[in-house]
Design a protein around this ligand. Structure first.
Ligand SMILES: *Cc1c(COP(=O)(O)O)cnc(C)c1O
Length: 349
């Protein structure tokens, strides 16, 4: 299907003239800045951050092999999710499609913006089920959100099914790849130029270990990125974040080392947890967590709490009966976890 951005953009957004900052209007360097009502006295942070985030985008562009004009930076990927919904979904009229179970923020952002959410189910092993998705699509469907590797299940979604969805849908398909660094797949960035209606989300919050800095990245066609850039808050990425993320990229080997350790730990933790008698199933994971089905997830969750270990109880999530989600910790933390799970087994025969 031919993608036409004019079919999906909200008319007020198309007509919007964005706020122009002092630094948008003056390009170049000067010796005296009297244009932005900043406090002139010396301080590391008296100046507004670069609203275009040029240096940081350049670094991310080189890291990922995607042009800077195809990149939008958000205060966490959560901000990019919100921008997507606000740019393309008309409150009270449009809908998004979010196959379940998955990350909760797509639905929350839609609720905040009064956008209807259609929630077809994934299969029992959390794979894409095309038919129920197609049945949800109508002319008011603007975005399909997919998460791969999926949270909370950990699996990568089937590549061919994703491609057929992208090709047949006349709105945007957003692939949330928050966990792609832990997967044996490069994800969908290589297909960006094939599909003008594909948006890929990644983040520095997980593998990069920088959740506190809040940096999410959206990749898409130039026309989509232009619209999101037009509506973002001008100074959405603060100076420290712009600087520290750039340093982390320059020091990328550290991240690769962490990923290697966490993948090894994931494998060992999976093996150890599978041996526990109260464990029904450990779902195969391509992320930095494991979804574990148990005989009594709430009891195990409570037991871990008494040991000071907090997992995520997912047992009231659809298709996740009696499941808890456990993030992969350091080797020491994982040993303590396994000991606690063994104690739980011994006290609950
Ligand atoms: C953790 C997570 C994010 C986090 O995004 P931020 O960049 O920290 O806002 C996004 N998507 C999914 C699926 C996640 O699990």
């Amino acid at each position: 299907m031919k993608f036409d951005i004019n079919r999906i953009i909200r008319s007020n957004i198309r007509a919007l003239r964005p706020y122009s900052t002092a630094r948008d209007e003056f390009k170049g360097t000067a010796s005296i800045y009297l244009d932005a009502n900043e406090n002139p006295f010396a301080s590391a942070f008296n100046r507004y951050p670069d609203p275009k985030q040029n240096a940081l985008k350049q670094a991310i562009s080189q890291l990922k092999g995607v042009g800077p004009e195809q990149i939008i930076l958000g205060n966490g990927s959560d901000e990019v999710i919100d921008l997507l919904i606000r740019a393309f979904c008309e409150p009270g009229v449009d809908n998004i499609i979010v196959p379940q179970p998955t990350y909760g923020m797509y639905g929350v952002c839609a609720d905040i913006n009064n956008i209807k959410i259609r929630q077809p189910l994934l299969t029992f092993d959390f794979e894409i089920d095309l038919q129920p998705i197609y049945e949800c699509v109508d002319p008011k469907s603007k975005i399909i959100f997919l998460c791969s590797p999926n949270n909370p299940s950990g699996n990568l979604l089937n590549r061919d099914k994703i491609k057929s969805l992208i090709q047949s849908f006349s709105g945007l398909v957003v692939m949330d790849e928050a966990y792609i660094d832990f997967a044996d797949s490069v994800g969908f960035l290589p297909f960006l130029d094939d599909y003008p209606n594909l948006v890929v989300l990644q983040t520095f919050s997980k593998a990069w270990g920088l959740a506190g800095l809040r940096l999410g990245v959206g990749y898409g066609s130039e026309e989509v990125i232009q619209i999101l850039t037009k509506i973002k808050p001008p100074y959405n990425i603060n100076s420290i974040t712009q600087q520290k993320i750039k340093e982390a990229i320059d020091n990328g080997k550290q991240t690769q080392d962490w990923i290697g350790i966490l993948k090894q730990e994931r494998k060992e933790l999976e093996t150890a947890i599978k041996q526990l008698l109260f464990v029904v199933k450990v779902y195969p994971s391509q992320a930095n967590f494991l979804l574990v089905k148990m005989k009594d997830a709430k009891a195990c969750y409570q037991y871990l709490l008494t040991k000071g270990i907090i997992a995520r109880d997912r047992s009231s999530t659809v298709l996740c009966d009696n499941c808890i989600r456990i993030s992969i910790g350091t080797p020491d933390e994982n040993k303590i976890l396994i000991n606690a799970l063994n104690d739980y087994q011994n006290t609950n025969p």
